[in-house]
Structures are given as structure tokens and as C-alpha cells.
Design a protein around this ligand. Structure first.
Ligand SMILES: [Zn+2]
Length: 421
């Protein structure tokens, strides 16, 4: 039998084990925040990798403020070296968001029913970690000589930015341009879609400052809330139509996210509402904004456009001052068009699913930014089992058939990148 067919057969033979492994991962409640049971989960994955012949390391992000003795930030990385060929790194975050309300079954029960694995993280993205682990195991069991190296990592905190997770691995040099050739992140994007990157993120805090005066004579003061109102009005009437008319060439899904967007995250100003009030003109107002920018826009022009808009908006209010503070800047990332990684996944999807892959980009960011920006590994994509829309929802699930398909695709793409076709 051809090596590829043997690997596919081994995945089919391992279905029950894969389901059990995924369910076991779901039963470890790695809730973030605060970062529960990370050590348990890292060891669970690490033990499995060690049994498949991986050299396993635990990287504790003890230099990060999120890390504590109670909630240690433990990442696991394993490497299985064959020949001197390419290093293919499969990365999954094992933190999950809190269960939230609305569940009809135990979110951490690891329940398997009707061809689906249920639970918080089943889809985002413990099935993806299982797919990575069993892609490697199927290659081992099929007796295929590995011409390169497979690495598998389980990392923390993706849901809160990934700074103690993939960013930490990149800062420590554990993933880097000169030692990591390709990265696949099995995030839930549907088994026929390859995700090649995401838009940029610019979070900023805007403070408007006026002048306090007696509330019965507001004309003697400068109202900071009113000033913020002018900014909000300008965003709605001037900026939003312009942003909606800008479209990226990146295949961002859903359609609405093909455009630039801005969201108001929060606002507070003047006296705290609900407490005792005194007659005062509000002298301070603060708001946080979330601007998603396109790769074609770039960060600096995006920021300049905001500043110009604010200055225009408050010109009508002499005496009003403002300050801006950058809270988060994530540059857009995009896998190179001719990346062999996309080609290998595309070919594997065609072979396993009998249909061509769809290239997509994510509306939000994920750990690809750290691989691309800190580690300098541009050949990085997200591809994995599970449906994006189910992530973070009550009764989250992953279809077993999709787990099996994605495992085969990842195994075949990994071998393809190493020259086994
Ligand atoms: Zn995820």
C-alpha cells in the first residue's frame, strides 16, 4: 500500500482513541480567565506526545504578569525528528473561555453523542489539538519514515491575547524563523477552509477634558461628555461610511468583515451614575474604541485618520482638550500567496474531501500574529476541525467525522511539505 493510503487507514483505525482523547481534554477545565488546570492539561498532552516518541519540553511563562503559583502559565512543546527535512509545527491553544449560561449538558463532561463531541473547547480548539496529535501518531503507526521534524505545541492564553503562550514561545526562540519552517494552527474554521491571516487591530482610549462649572450655568464650563458626543457623531456620520466603502482583497469572512470597522467598547464620563449627584459640568469623559483595519490601510494612516477626525470634531468646542492612548496594536498578517503550506493543505483537502479548499481570512486575530510578527514565520495558516460559529457558544460541539477528516488532511499536508506525496 502507498504510504499516504496507509496513513489514512491508520487515522480511520484510531477514531475511537481520537474521540476519547478529545473528550479527556474537554474534561480538563482549562478556563481562561483565570487560567485553570493549565499544568494538568500541558502534562496530559506532553505524556501523549512522549509515548509517540516526541522529546517534550515544558515552557513556563514565569516572566509574564499573568503567571502565578496558583495559575501557572505552562506551555508544552514536543518535537519528533526524522530526517533533516522541514520542520512542521502544529500549534493549538488549550485554554477555553468560561462556559457561560445556556448549556443543556455538562460543559466539562466530555459527552459524546450522535456523532459529536460536546463541551466547552470541543470545537475551539481541543479537537484541533487531537487532530495534530493523531496526524503524527497515524504517520508513526503507518511506519512512514519521517523526512523532517514534526513539532506539536499546546499553548495557553490565546483567548486573552496569547502573550504567555505563543508569544512567549516566540520570544524564547522556541519557535523562530531559522528553526520552524511551517506552522499549522488547527483552529475551528471548517474542514474545507484554509485561513491565511487576519485584519489589524487598533484599540485606543480617548479622553476628553473640559472645565468644571456649576450645572445651573453650563455655559460657564466646557462639557467633556458633549465633546465626546461630537467625536461619536463624527465617527458615525463621517468615518463609518468611509470605512464601509473600503474593501480588502483578503478573503475575510463573514462578508461584513471584508471592510474596515470601528466599534465603541465602553464609555464613562462625568459623575458616576447611580450615586449622589451634584450640579456640575462634566470635566472628563473616556471611551475605548476598537478599530479593525485592513492590510491595505496600514496602521499609521489608520491612526492619523482618527486623530484628524477627532480634531475636526472638537474644533467647535474651544477649551476642550483631548488625550489619546494606544491600548493594543496588532498588525494584519497574511500568508504569502505562493506558500507551499497553502498548496499542501489545498492538495490534501482535495484528496480527502474531494473538493477544492476555500481560502478565508479571520475577522478577529489569533496566534498567527505571534508566529508571523515575533517568530518571523510567515508560512503559517489556521486549518482545523469544527465550525467557527460554534466557538464560545453554549452546547459547543465538534463533529467526529470532521475531526477524522481534518486529521487526515493535516497528516497528508505535513508529509507533502516533507516531500512524501
Ligand atoms: Zn481558538
Amino acid at each position: 500500500m502507498h504510504p499516504i493510503d496507509r496513513v489514512v487507514a491508520e487515522v480511520d483505525r484510531a477514531v475511537d482513541e481520537m474521540v476519547e482523547f478529545t473528550a479527556d481534554l474537554v474534561r480538563i477545565p482549562t478556563i481562561n480567565p483565570p487560567g485553570e488546570a493549565y499544568d494538568d492539561c500541558a502534562r496530559f498532552i506532553g505524556n501523549r506526545l512522549a509515548a509517540d516518541g516526541f522529546d517534550v519540553e515544558y515552557l513556563v511563562a514565569d516572566g509574564r504578569p499573568e503567571h502565578s503559583a496558583r495559575y501557572p502559565r505552562v506551555n508544552v512543546v514536543g518535537g519528533r525528528r526524522g530526517g533533516p527535512g522541514p520542520v512542521v509545527h502544529l500549534n493549538g491553544h488549550f485554554d477555553v473561555v468560561p462556559a457561560g449560561a445556556g448549556w443543556t449538558l455538562d460543559p466539562f463532561g466530555g459527552i459524546v453523542r450522535d456523532g459529536k463531541i460536546y463541551g466547552r473547547g470541543a470545537c475551539d480548539m481541543k479537537a484541533g489539538i487531537a487532530a495534530a496529535v493523531f496526524a503524527s501518531e497515524a504517520i508513526t503507526r503507518a511506519g512512514v519514515q519521517l523526512p523532517g521534524t514534526i513539532e506539536i505545541s499546546g499553548t495557553v492564553d490565546e483567548e486573552s491575547g496569547g502573550f504567555a503562550g505563543v508569544a512567549w514561545l516566540a520570544e524564547q526562540g522556541r519557535v523562530a524563523k531559522d528553526r520552524t519552517d511551517y506552522v499549522i494552527i488547527p483552529e475551528p474554521l471548517d474542514v474545507d477552509r484554509i485561513c491565511i491571516g487576519h485584519r489589524g487591530v487598533y484599540w485606543f482610549e480617548l479622553t476628553t477634558r473640559g472645565r468644571i462649572a456649576h450645572g445651573s450655568m453650563p455655559f460657564l464650563g466646557v462639557n467633556a461628555i458633549e465633546g465626546m458626543g461630537h467625536v461619536l457623531e463624527a465617527i458615525k456620520s463621517e468615518l463609518q461610511p468611509v470605512l464601509a466603502a473600503r474593501t480588502t482583497a483578503m478573503p475575510v469572512v463573514p462578508d461584513g468583515a471584508r471592510h474596515a470597522t470601528i466599534n465603541i467598547n465602553g464609555i464613562d464620563g462625568g459623575q458616576p451614575v447611580g450615586g449622589i449627584q451634584t450640579p456640575c459640568v462634566a470635566d472628563c469623559c473616556r471611551a475605548v474604541f476598537d478599530r479593525r483595519f485592513l492590510i491595505e490601510e496600514g496602521f499609521e494612516p489608520t491612526r492619523r485618520e482618527i486623530v484628524a477626525l477627532i480634531e475636526r470634531a472638537i474644533r467647535a468646542m474651544p477649551g476642550l482638550k483631548y488625550e489619546m492612548r494606544d491600548l493594543m496594536i496588532v498588525h494584519p498578517t497574511k500568508t504569502p500567496d505562493e506558500s507551499p503550506l497553502v498548496g499542501a493543505l489545498d492538495a490534501a483537502i482535495l484528496r480527502i474531501l474531494n473538493k477544492p479548499a476555500t481560502l478565508v481570512a479571520s475577522p478577529g486575530t489569533y496566534d498567527q500574529k505571534h508566529f508571523a510578527r515575533i517568530a518571523g514565520v510567515s508560512h503559517c495558516v489556521a486549518y482545523g476541525p469544527g465550525e467557527l460559529e460554534l466557538a464560545h457558544q453554549p452546547d459547543e460541539w465538534c463533529r467526529i467525522a470532521d475531526l477524522v477528516k481534518a486529521t487526515k488532511v493535516i497528516a497528508l499536508a505535513t508529509l507533502d511539505l516533507m516531500g512524501v506525496k
